[in-house]
Design a protein around this ligand. Structure first.
Ligand code: AP5
Length: 220
């Protein structure tokens, strides 16, 4: 199955992808992760992307589509894909359909992780990433955030350069203008499903509770 995860910044796309990889062994491609790797490696692509990313704007379509073309050529995608952060514009969605057609495959399902703006802002400002294993964590409700280590490997955590309130407000605006219309794109193809990204279980917003809904859509 080829799955597109849609949703605003901090909606929980990466978190749900982590659960899906474990259960379904699909290949996960996150354009945000690929761009951050390029920035860290100091490549020309990374240098170009950094200014867009730090401001919370979209990297130009032709750069992103080029990256995805390479990824699809380099990897065996026959066991299915989780696309996280791509497509993000109608031009990218149309390019994806064209690339998949050449590869004799298609998008099977697009899941919108629907999460309110106030929850997004709180989550993004609390998110921390592991320097060692790349796991996603959060200092929300943690008593001593400065002592917070990776819940998976005990590694040192850091905050992404674009995880601050000013940038996230712009990312939300950019999402609404450019990416939210993709829900209509996939609805018209009969492929859109939605989950509540702020689902509460045992009195707390809980990523595993969201995953139960994601999994049932995949198994349907
Ligand atoms: P990208 O890295 O894709 O950022 P994003 O879409 O803004 O999404 P995030 O990674 O911020 O959030 P997420 O939905 O994965 O949430 P997460 O699971 O981490 O892109 C960054 C930049 O790169 C863009 O701004 C753009 O410049 C550029 N870019 C990337 N792709 C591009 C493209 N295709 N075209 C053009 N430019 C592109 O969760 C967030 C936090 O919430 C975590 O702390 C997590 O622990 C917590 N959490 C998650 N779910 C729950 C839950 N259910 N309950 C409680 N806490 C939860």
């Amino acid at each position: 199955m080829n799955l597109v995860l849609l949703g605003g910044p901090g909606a929980g796309k990466g978190t749900q992808a982590e659960f899906l990889i474990k259960d379904f062994g699909m290949l996960h491609i996150s354009t945000g992760d690929l761009l951050r790797e390029a920035v860290a490696a100091g490549t020309e692509q990374g240098k170009l992307a950094k200014s867009y990313m730090d401001a919370g704007n979209l990297v130009p379509d032709e750069v992103i589509i080029g990256i995805m073309k390479e990824k699809f050529q380099e990897n065996d995608i026959s066991n299915g894909l989780i696309l996280d952060g791509f497509p993000r514009t109608t031009a990218q969605a149309e390019a994806l359909d064209d690339m998949f057609e050449e590869l004799n495959t298609q998008v099977d399902l697009a899941i919108l992780i629907d999460t309110p703006d106030n929850v997004i802002i709180e989550r993004i400002c609390s998110r921390r990433m592991c320097k060692s294993c790349g796991a996603i964590g959060s200092v929300l409700g943690v008593e001593n955030p400065e002592e917070y280590v990776c819940p998976k490997c005990g590694g040192e955590m850091y905050q992404r350069d674009d995880d601050n309130e000013e940038t996230v407000r712009n990312r939300i605006t950019v999402y609404k203008e450019n990416t939210a219309p993709l829900t209509d794109f996939y609805k018209a193809q009969g492929k859109l499903k939605k989950v509540n990204g702020a689902k509460v279980s045992n009195g707390k917003k809980n990523a595993l509770a969201v995953y139960e809904d994601v999994k049932s859509l995949i198994n349907a």
